[in-house]
Design a protein around this ligand. Structure first.
Ligand SMILES: Cc1cc2nc3c(=O)[nH]c(=O)nc-3n(C[C@H](O)[C@H](O)[C@H](O)COP(=O)(O)OP(=O)(O)OC[C@H]3O[C@@H](n4cnc5c(N)ncnc54)[C@H](O)[C@@H]3O)c2cc1C
Length: 391
């Protein structure tokens, strides 16, 4: 411990997964707080492409950490609407609440989480990009653009393009969804969307896109805006699919908007694959680095959820001095979150292959009650079920 750059734990990435790991650690093993370093390549508040849709599961995890997202600017989205070409059904994930979900802006949300971790005493070093790691018999060497660090254990919370993941699995087939996003003014004369609702329209599935176009209300610097985009799970790549950009352009034109008027950005989401690796000797993966929702691309609650499993695995590793993390994957797969993720990957592989327009129309326009039932019982609400199981 004489070396100033030596820590017990280094968390790479100060997004929701990395910070949730830290905050759970502070609850479970407070003695590890001062022995943990968080490395982040950007500087908060940093830009992060994201719809900012925060499902009730995310709020359950935040609540367990003693955090209330209402401290931040947010929008209570009235209804989540699932459509096929303008018609479908509306849905509230938690029937006990008078709104569907909240939207936040990620630069604000992530900076807020970072401030909460700092309040707990964590050292978070920003503007430090991890370039490579090497696992040795005595620990992990972490090479950054600002010097070298050593740790007993490293957590890869570095997102969908995770470098730590590549250290664990150097070669693997692409398991990533593709997303494009823009932020537009809130009201367009021609738009048929209610300003208080969020929209998921699956009319792009027959065009070979395995996903939907979305439109969420949000607040940007106090002003109402719409965050819009397109999600392609890309779970079984198809020939002859419409380019995402073109599909998004067509969707915007239906609302009287032109894609060329806005800044278009893209980013992947790594989706969950139960057959994959989630850890290696001295290394753990969380959040997008481990795998998020393949069906809808919902990753914030999942990133927060991974934090609990990682913190327990870290605490147990130091208690037993066993740094293999051999039980980490099983703990995730057994959990309500893991079960939900497995089902979402399965449904994405099944459902998005059904390209026939008639079938998609039938699903979204006629089978709403069935879909709501499936979502409630098998996909969402995992955080509350998990908490009940733990009691
Ligand atoms: C366009 C788009 C829209 C989305 N919309 C939603 C939504 O509405 N609701 C929802 O729930 N999910 C949404 N998601 C998914 C969600 O954004 C992710 O699942 C979530 O951000 C995962 O959190 P994370 O902490 O694992 O990774 P990230 O949020 O990506 O954080 C990783 C952190 O690691 C840092 N980092 C990366 N590499 C290094 C390195 N080498 N060294 C140091 N630091 C590093 C990054 O700077 C970053 O701060 C969306 C994603 C996209 C792309």
């Amino acid at each position: 411990m004489s070396n100033i750059n030596h820590y017990d734990i280094i968390i790479v990435g100060a997004g929701p997964a990395g910070i949730s790991t830290a905050l759970h650690l502070a609850k479970l093993a407070p003695e590890l707080v001062s022995r943990t370093l968080i490395l982040e390549k950007a500087h908060h508040p940093r830009p992060k492409l994201c719809g900012g849709g925060l499902l009730p599961d995310a709020e359950v995890v935040l609540d367990q950490l003693g955090l209330d997202v209402r401290e931040l600017p947010h929008v209570d989205v009235d209804w989540a609407r699932f459509d096929f070409d303008r018609q479908g059904f509306r849905f509230r994930p938690d029937p006990g609440r008078s709104f569907a979900f909240r939207t936040i802006r990620r630069h604000e949300f992530d900076a807020w989480l970072v401030s909460k971790a700092r309040e707990q005493g964590f050292l978070i070093q920003e503007d430090t990009c991890v370039k490579s790691i090497a696992v040795t018999a005595s620990g992990v060497t972490v090479i950054t653009d600002r010097g070298e660090y050593h740790a007993e254990l490293v957590v890869g919370a570095d997102g969908s393009n995770s470098l730590i993941r590549r250290a664990i699995i150097p070669h693997e087939a692409a398991h990533v969804a593709r997303l494009l996003e823009i932020v537009t003014e809130s009201k367009s004369e021609q738009s048929f969307h209610r300003q208080s609702d969020s929209y998921f329209d699956f009319m792009v599935v027959p065009q070979g896109i395995q996903g939907y176009v979305w439109d969420f209300p949000a607040l940007e610097q106090g002003q109402p805006v719409r965050v819009r985009g397109i999600f392609d799970a890309n779970i079984a790549p198809l020939k002859n699919s419409l380019p995402l950009r073109l599909a998004l352009q067509e969707e915007l034109e239906r609302h009287g908007l032109h894609l060329s008027d806005y800044k278009l950005e893209g980013h992947p989401i790594r989706w969950f694959d139960a057959r994959s690796l989630f850890s290696a000797h001295r290394l753990l993966l969380v959040g997008d680095a481990a795998g998020a929702d393949a069906l809808f691309g919902e990753g914030i609650s999942i990133a927060l959820g991974y934090g609990g499993f990682a913190a327990r695995a870290l605490r147990d590793a130091f208690t037993s001095r066993d740094f293999s993390f051999r039980n980490y994957k099983a703990a995730i797969l057994r959990s309500e979150m893991g079960k939900s993720l497995r089902r979402r990957t399965w449904w994405a592989g099944f459902f998005y292959r059904l390209r026939w327009s008639l079938l998609q129309r039938l699903v979204w326009r006629r089978l709403g009650p069935l879909i709501i039932w499936v979502m409630h019982h098998y996909m969402i609400g995992w955080a509350r079920r998990q908490a009940k199981r733990a009691v």
